[in-house]
Every structure is written in C-alpha cells, then in structure tokens.
Design a binder for this molecule. Sequence first.
Ligand SMILES: [Ca+2]
Ligand SMILES: [Ca+2]
Length: 152
Amino acid sequence: MRAKQNGFTLAEILIVVVIMAFLIIGMGQLFIYTALEAELAGNKSIAVSLAQSKIEEIRTHAYSSIPVDYASGGTPGNTFTTTGLDGIGLVRIDSSDPELLGIEVLVFWQDKYGRIIGEDADLDGTLDSGEDNNSNSKLDSPITLITKFTRR
Ligand SMILES: [Ca+2]
Ligand SMILES: [Ca+2]
C-alpha cells in the first residue's frame, strides 16, 4: 500500500497558478472597462450641457441671421470650443424652410485614453476623407442635439 501523499503535486500547483492568472487578468480588464465607462459617462454629460448651451445661444440670436451667422465663415460660425473637453462642437443649420430652421448641434472629443468620440477623427469640425464611418456624407456623433426653431 502506497504512503499517503502530503502537499500538492506540481501539476496541481500549475493549475492553481493558471486559474489565478485568469482571475487577475479578468479583474484587471473589468477595472479598465469600468474606468473607460466612467470617463465616457462624465464626458457625455459635459458634451450634452455644452450642446444645450449652444442651442440656447442660437435661440437668443436674431432669427433671420441664424443661417448666415452660424454657417462656416460666419460669426460666431459653425464650430465652437468645448470647455472641459479636448474637442470641438459643430452647428448645422437646415434653412430649406426659412420659417422652420432645423438646428443640429454635435460635440466630438478625444478622451484621456486617446479615444475619439464621434466621426470627426481630427477634431476640425469638417468631414474629411475616411471620417464618414456610416457613409451618410456628414459627420455624426453620439452627442447630437436636434431641434427646430420657428420664426418669432
Ligand atoms: Ca475632420
Ligand atoms: Ca457619418
């Protein structure tokens, strides 16, 4: 009759080490994911409030001047700075019906992990080659506020 073994075999120790390694890697990934999501959530709320402020600003602008003043080359123009975010804001005015202006305000930014949120990869407020990921011929961002203003 064989003597009862004490302790663990090398194979058992190896299995435990491998399981522990997987657990540690998994927890590390969860930690990174949580940090990324927290960063994104914080930035999204900044972006929404920037876009809302811009819409309020446009609302108080002289109605008939909105399509010209908020176009590229106008004053204040079709882009705006994003205080609190390393990015750019973009205003699009649809004046095809002069009595009912379509207003779109988008915010693009780069987070501290280097991710660009939205299609404007170089954050210049214009659609460049390779940026139109969904092929709709315009820049898109997950933070896009859309509204309509009627003549007042
Ligand atoms: Ca661009
Ligand atoms: Ca697009």
